[in-house]
Design a protein around this ligand. Structure first.
Ligand SMILES: NC(=O)C1=CN([C@@H]2O[C@H](COP(=O)(O)OP(=O)(O)OC[C@H]3O[C@@H](n4cnc5c(N)ncnc54)[C@H](O)[C@@H]3O)[C@@H](O)[C@H]2O)[C@@H](O)CC1
Ligand SMILES: Nc1ncnc2c1ncn2[C@@H]1O[C@H](COP(=O)(O)OP(=O)(O)O)[C@@H](O)[C@H]1O
Ligand SMILES: [K+]
Length: 503
């Protein structure tokens, strides 16, 4: 799914109207009724007995609010409308005013006289924001944010620009949920905006497909619909050699579980064979913990030193639980230099930390190697950033300069490729913020690489499958008790789900 800017959204809206032969009010009515239905479905328990306040602006976002108010009233709900006093309203906003009684108008300095509890729908501004809101707006935004009930926003939290990072003290509505039209917006995906965006849901309002196709963008939101064509089913004549052989390289005394989890995840993600390359102390752990894996031992008991790994593996996942002992660093550096140019690599955890501390090693990474840093590891690699947008710019520059793929982990993990494209993931949940989840991701992506997926596809698909397995696991154990092993147990559901969708 594409992520578009405000100018592009305007074009797509207009072309939809032209191509469908409808007028703009009809499109607004359609969009609004989709929000109304979603609100009734999601919040029936609240709105069936408590009042709904809708705060509307002078543009088309306000027009949506007026339409939603009418539709909810027609369905019997108790709705109060507050509309900004203005010299000019958009035409569809005016049309919708004419179809509604009991509108209360307000000025910026007024008391909005909101109900004490219930439900508030924020329709002050959508994608038409041209700059951040000035301080004149503080009173209005504060009254909305002080509302004691549930606050939801239509299209955008009002005051948040489509492609900006908001600050804590800015005049921006803090929505527990945002219903956004047709496309996710960049600002909704940035972790620093999470105070304004509790969660968001994209509502399909049927905008013109051809018009959307024409819009160029470097930002995408990854959903099942764009992955089902990527995921391959297995041919009847395939054998284990068809699906590649992954080497998981890592482990040290006390951190062998990381290798166990990456190894299991790799095989569960479809590669034909998996070998763990570990220090001696991990032998029993691996052989007993996961008998399907083969094991190669380093000469050292407690850490990796030799890196005597043949180069006939189809992909390598390196770094999990590996530690940064001096001898490990030396051995790892020599091994990197020995790699064939077309080797396929995933680097995680200590492999990343070693590279941050020994930058000269970067040049030995084969092009399109995949690096999977969490925020702290990313900082060590690319340096400090001012805000989430700056982080993306720095990540793009790093990826381009070194011809590497970065997977920036977190909620809505972002995959950045050397061409400067960014793919935000849509799956996963906060239950995944626990130890070992990253090891599982390394196993999944290495496995996909070994199976012949190109590096970008392996990263995008792997991150999606990882989050999806986390979501299936959450359905069984909830977020609090979710651990990495649960996620591995649900990899099968994640793959089956995606394969079913493509049939
Ligand atoms: N055009 C269409 O066909 C559709 C539009 N829709 C709705 O229309 C919205 C966009 O509507 P508009 O383009 O009218 O924009 P908005 O309703 O977001 O607001 C624009 C108004 O805010 C003012 N404004 C902008 N920045 C300001 C600032 N910093 N301080 C004070 N005032 C400021 C502008 O002068 C303008 O009057 C979408 O977000 C969506 O909610 C939906 O109804 C779907 C269909
Ligand atoms: N709030 C969240 N929502 C979705 N995914 C998350 C969230 N928090 C963490 N994750 C995912 O869990 C994984 C954690 O990886 P990492 O921090 O490397 O863990 P570890 O080092 O403990 O294995 C990443 O893939 C990340 O995207
Ligand atoms: K809004």
């Amino acid at each position: 799914m594409k992520i578009l800017n405000a100018d592009q959204l305007k074009i797509v809206d207009q072309e939809t109207i032209q191509n469908e032969g409808i007028n703009s009010w009809e499109l607004m009515e359609r969009a609004s009724s989709i929000v109304t239905t979603a609100i009734i479905d999601d919040y029936f328990d609240i709105i069936k007995e408590l009042p709904i306040a809708i705060v509307c602006g002078k543009g088309n976002n306000g027009g949506d609010g007026l339409a939603i108010a009418r539709q909810l009233m027609d369905s019997g709900y108790d709705v109060e409308v507050r509309l900004l006093k203005a010299d000019r309203y958009t035409a569809d906003n005016q049309l919708n005013q004419a179809k509604l009684e009991n509108i209360q108008y307000f000025d910026l300095e007024d008391d909005l006289d909101l109900p004490l509890e219930g439900f508030l729908i924020d329709c002050l501004f959508g994608y038409g924001m041209s700059s951040a809101l000035s301080d004149e707006w503080r009173g209005v935004i504060e009254q909305i944010n002080d509302f004691q009930g549930r606050i939801i926003s239509v299209d955008m939290p009002s005051g948040l620009m489509l492609d900006a990072v908001g600050n804590f003290e800015d005049n921006i509505v803090r929505a527990s949920k945002v219903y956004t039209f047709q496309f996710p917006k960049l600002a909704l995906l940035l972790p620093e905006n999470s105070i304004f965006v509790g969660e968001f849901e994209v509502l399909d309002i049927g905008l013109d497909e051809n018009s959307i196709l024409k819009q160029g963008t470097s930002y995408r939101y990854v959903e099942a619909g764009m992955l089902d064509i990527l995921l391959r089913s297995r041919s009847r004549y395939s054998h284990k050699g068809t699906f590649g052989h992954v080497a998981i390289i890592g482990g040290s005394l006390g951190k062998m579980g990381a290798v166990l989890m990456a190894t299991k995840s790799a095989l569960k993600s479809g590669c034909g064979l998996v070998t763990a390359y570990i220090p001696k102390c991990g032998y029993n752990v691996l052989q007993i913990g996961f008998p399907e894996a083969m094991v190669l031992l380093d000469s050292s008991e407690e850490k990796l030193v030799d890196f005597q790994i043949q180069d006939d593996f189809t992909a390598y996942g390196v770094g999990v639980g590996m530690g940064k002992d001096e001898e490990t660093v030396r051995g790892f550096g020599i091994w990197l230099q020995s790699l064939a140019e077309d080797s396929k690599l995933v680097l995680d955890a200590d492999a990343l930390n070693i590279i941050s501390e020994n930058e000269h090693l970067l040049k030995y990474l084969p092009n399109n190697s995949i690096l999977t840093p969490h925020p702290k590891e990313l900082k060590r690699l690319i340096g400090e950033w001012e805000n989430d947008l700056d982080k993306l710019e720095k990540a793009k520059a790093f990826s381009n300069e070194n011809q590497l793929i970065l997977v920036i982990k977190g909620a809505n993990s972002a995959i950045v490729n050397p061409a400067g494209e960014v793919y935000f993931n849509s799956t996963g949940n906060p239950g995944m913020a626990t130890g070992g989840m990253g090891d599982v991701l390394t196993g999944i992506i290495s496995s996909l690489l070994a199976q012949g997926y190109n590096a970008l596809d392996a990263a995008v698909l792997g991150v999606y499958i990882h989050g999806s397995a986390g979501d299936f696991a959450k359905d069984w154990v909830g977020e609090t008790s979710l651990i990495a092993s649960d996620l591995i147990d649900h990899l099968a559901s994640a793959f089956m789900n995606l394969l079913n969708e493509s049939e």
